[in-house]
Design a protein around this ligand. Structure first.
Ligand code: MSP
Length: 615
């Protein structure tokens, strides 16, 4: 029986409008939720807003409005973004909701009754901007503004009592904090004695929060309040079994900056309340732009909405998932976005759909042909499909989304290669059954690749599935029915014209090692003949010392075979082999070109033999 899967995002502060940091974690949770739903699991996906505390009170004060009104104005902005991003959350929690206030007070009371909350007077240096007491050392560092001496009576949570319990839990549950290096960071932090946590704020300086149930002169510290949202949403304290069904969560997804609150405060709170701990806390890295964090405080926020409007939501989701190795930081650049879009989405995925559907339309009246029987070539594709399905399952379990996407794209690239090798546009003239077999195989592989990409790109994949009349999401080879009529479809990913986008390609330096990787060599052209059915292409035999290689090159408009034979040219000898118009090509000739002019790089053959390295 498929299990349950409860996943959460942080709840976001409402002191500013949503930015890419919020969008990223929420998309990540959405993608994982969709993968797990597709596996038949019962999924509960929670996101929401953190509406209390000094930051929100300040933001409201600056606008001269009531904090609750401020929250009510901000909440729809997040909801609108989630809708735009096609977020399939099951619940949206706001910490000002009654259901949450009640649970926070219930848990505070439980912890209090367990003897884990005590009152103490504290005198120390207080940073108004950071909203916390700081040490002498911190005050000297100069990193804190608005410091004043403050004497205050407050309530403290005996976090220190649970230090060893937490260390043991981390050691006994290797997946509790992920990735591994974050676990080590927390264990390192726990090597020093853990202090107790001040969990109250006197109303004299902050009144925007949840009243302590045992002393209404105080509101609850915002983190103690916020973390509890994860159990509130499961229906803790309600008269049904939803809390026991969902809690503990399988994953709390967070950014690395809020690791201590999630991996130290939260578990010790739960240990005190005698509640189960979440199964995993997964901290991802930051999106950087240049070298700085893309966040509101730096004012260099790239609003994901801008990219969505221009290129659609799926390419943005794809880019964010493909480009960030979970756990590490990633760099956001327009160049890399366009590169990914054009190569993976337009050239690989989109191209496969357009080729398959055009060829079936032209040669089979849009009716998916019968595969009849596989030959070896089809078996290779079918095996690759079965392999990629199994491997994506494992990679998602391991939270390796970028690898899952790369493997899926590699599978799609393999199908494009198979199409080139089989050339059904040619084959159809000689053997229509064979061409039908190839097109069925490519269409079936496309269906499987599409289903594997659906959690990341739920919109554009729908276009493919509709074209192929797929209603059931079967991930088995042969799910595509022969005899169905293909529907018309718009272009899946129209190429982004880089020139039009005026993307400045900055000169990038490569080091000598990079250069050495290019196997540049002198080569003598032995023969040149036209590739059948392709006017611009020559099939060339070249000689490099004792080796001979075949290269397909698009220079037929510029040179006659006679002009080429005997010439000494420069080739990239170690270029990955490709099949161009059904002809094997290994390597590439170097030429200079300007508009329609083209000139080969010719070497003085009297002085240098073929097969020599070019530096
Ligand atoms: N309200 C707290 C979380 C409470 S959870 C019980 C909070 N909110 S936040 O709005 O400031 O940030 C939410 C998340 O956004 C954090 O996980 C943070 O890491 C993430 N990001 C903010 N900027 C980011 C990037 N530039 N890149 C990726 N994520 C980053 O903290």
């Amino acid at each position: 029986m498929a299990g349950k899967f409860y996943i959460t995002t942080p709840i976001y502060y409402v002191n500013d409008k949503p930015h890419i940091g919020h969008a990223y974690t929420t998309i990540l949770a959405d993608v994982l939720s969709r993968y797990h739903r597709a596996e038949g699991e019962d999924v509960f996906f929670l996101t929401g807003l953190d509406e209390h505390g000094q930051k929100v009170q300040q933001a409201a004060e600056e606008r001269g409005i009531d904090p609750k009104d401020h929250c009510d104005e901000m909440a729809p902005r997040f909801l609108e973004l989630w809708e735009k991003l096609h977020i399939s959350n099951d619940d949206f929690i706001r910490t000002t909701e009654d259901r949450h206030v009640k649970v926070v007070q219930d848990i505070l009371q439980i912890v209090y009754d367990n003897g884990d909350i005590y009152e103490d007077e504290y005198e120390g240096l207080y940073s108004v901007s950071e909203e916390r007491f700081i040490t002498e050392k911190e005050a000297e560092s100069g990193d804190f503004r608005d410091i004043k001496k403050l004497k205050e009576k407050n309530y403290f949570f005996k976090m220190s009592s649970y230090q060893q319990g937490l260390i043991d839990h981390i050691n006994n549950n290797p997946d509790f904090i992920q990735p591994e290096h974050r676990k080590n960071e927390v264990l390192g932090f726990l090597r020093n004695p853990l202090g107790d946590l001040c969990i109250s704020r006197p109303k004299s300086r902050l009144n925007w929060g949840i009243d302590l149930p045992f002393d209404t002169n105080y509101v609850t510290y915002v983190w103690f309040d916020a973390l509890i949202n994860y159990v509130t949403a499961t229906g803790f304290g309600a008269n049904d079994d939803s809390y026991t069904k969902w809690w503990p969560a399988e994953y709390h997804l967070i950014g690395k900056d809020i690791l201590t609150t999630h991996a130290v405060y939260w578990p010790t709170m739960l240990l005190s309340a005698k509640m189960p701990l979440p199964k995993s806390i997964f901290a991802h890295g930051w999106w950087l732009m240049g070298d700085s964090k893309m966040s509101k405080s730096l004012g260099n926020v790239v609003n994901p909405l801008d990219l969505i409007e221009e290129y659609g939501v799926d390419p943005v989701r794809y880019y964010l998932m493909r480009e960030m190795v979970l756990g590490q930081d990633a760099n956001f650049t327009m160049e890399s976005f366009i590169r990914r879009y054009n190569s993976d989405l337009a050239n690989d995925f989109g191209n496969l759909l357009s080729r398959v559907s055009k060829l079936i339309e032209k040669n089979f009246d849009s009716v998916v042909p019968d595969p009849v029987e596989n030959t070896d070539a089809e078996n290779v594709i079918q095996n690759a499909a079965e392999k990629v399905i199994a491997s994506i399952h494992t990679l998602i379990e391991e939270m390796k989304i970028h690898d899952a996407l790369e493997e899926t794209l590699q599978f799609i690239r393999g199908v494009n290669k198979y199409m080139e090798q089989q050339a059904p546009w040619k084959l159809v003239k000689e053997d229509k059954t064979a061409a039908g077999r190839v097109l069925y195989t490519a269409a079936e592989a496309l269906r499987i690749g599409t289903l594997l990409l659906e959690p990341v790109m739920p919109n554009r994949t729908e276009i493919v599935l509709e074209t192929l009349s797929v209603s059931k999401r079967e991930l088995n080879w042969g799910g595509l029915k022969a005899g169905i009529k293909l529907k018309q479809h718009p272009p899946l990913f129209p190429r982004i014209d880089v020139k039009k986008e005026k993307i400045e390609e900055k000169e990038k330096f490569i080091n000598y090692e990079d250069f050495e990787k290019l196997g540049l060599k002198t080569a003598e052209i032995l023969t040149a003949e036209k590739v059948e059915g392709a006017d611009k292409l020559y099939k060339l035999q070249i000689k490099m010392g004792n080796e001979e290689q075949q290269i397909v090159s698009g220079i037929a408009d510029h040179y006659t075979p006679e002009e080429l034979i005997g010439k000494m040219v420069v080739v990239v000898s170690n270029l990955e082999p490709a099949t161009i118009r059904g002809v094997e090509s290994k390597g590439m000739l170097l030429a200079a070109s300007r508009k329609k002019e083209l000139s080969l790089i010719i070497v003085d053959g009297k002085k240098v033999e073929s097969g020599k390295k070019v530096y």
